[in-house]
Design a protein around this ligand. Structure first.
Ligand code: SF4
Length: 272
């Protein structure tokens, strides 16, 4: 063990109760694990764990919660274990039993998202529908088939994109998402996007667009513009389910997709 690491751990002993994990320059207190890990080197320090002393720092009552503190024991923030994941699969496995809102009680299947985990394009709808709820995959019903056709006609394949929703569970009767459901579920989407790191997002439909842009506006006012969501470029078009009900919107959707592709190609050229 290096002298530096010794010093860090000695400091920690004076301030931190129980067990923890170092990551970068922060120390995470965990309930679930019985070791201290120095993450970069994956060094297990079982013996140190038992020596850490009580300075009255409270831990989350939930096992998956982690309290982030600095080396002086000041609580910086609380995080959940999925916020430390590094892959979509890992994240999915940690949140798939989520019961943070009422939709957890009525869903058949949790619908995380599907597609290339390193996609340049992420398409975001509002919430799973009946078919998605049954199959656990977004955009699999008639709307999904139409989305596939739109992608192919625009020159994209479904493998090139990642598709997900703001809510991971179906609202009963396909009602619109409630504000508290969005508030509880949107952090999952944000983290998904952090892992995927797309160049551009396409919001599908008014609810998705309004939710991501945090403003209420007619869909037509949001279309045809480049917006930003958490630092990622974003455009807006109709939801494929709306196109099934209103075929007259297919032409404007086609125009949106042409513009979307143009912007995407420009972004691709810029980064490559
Ligand atoms: S909709 Fe989101 S917050 Fe609500 S239970 Fe499902 S995953 Fe959890």
């Amino acid at each position: 063990m290096s002298a530096d690491l010794d010093k860090i751990l000695n400091d920690a002993e004076n301030y931190i109760k129980n067990i923890g994990k170092f990551y970068k320059d922060k120390l995470y207190i965990e309930q679930a694990e019985k070791n201290i890990y120095f993450k970069e080197k994956e060094i297990k320090l079982d013996t140190i764990a038992s020596q850490v002393m009580d300075k009255g720092i409270s831990r989350s009552p939930k096992a998956e919660k982690q309290t982030v503190v600095d080396l002086f024991g000041n609580v910086i923030e609380q995080k959940e274990d999925w916020e430390f994941t590094e892959t979509l699969d890992d994240m999915n496995s940690r949140i798939c039993n989520c019961m943070k809102c009422v939709l957890g009680q009525t869903r058949t299947k949790f619908v995380f998202g599907v597609g290339n985990p390193h996609a340049d394009i992420v398409m975001v709808g509002e919430a799973p529908g009946a078919d998605e709820d049954q199959q656990g995959e977004p955009f699999v019903g008639r709307a999904g088939q139409l989305l596939n056709k739109i992608l192919v006609a625009t020159g994209f394949t479904r493998e090139e994109v990642y598709i997900c929703n703001i809510l991971k569970c179906r609202p009963p009767g396909n009602r619109n998402p409630m504000p508290d459901e969005i508030e509880k579920c949107e952090p999952y989407l944000k983290y998904q996007l952090e892992l995927i790191k797309p160049k551009i997002i396409l919001a599908l439909g008014k609810v998705a667009a309004e939710t991501l842009l945090k403003k209420r506006e007619p869909l037509n006012k949001m279309r045809g513009k480049i917006h930003t969501y958490n630092g990622i470029k974003m455009m807006v078009t109709f939801h494929p389910a709306a196109l099934l009900r209103n075929p007259q919107w297919k032409r404007p959707t086609w125009e949106d997709m042409q513009e979307f592709k143009k912007i995407y190609e420009q972004l691709k050229d810029k980064k490559n």
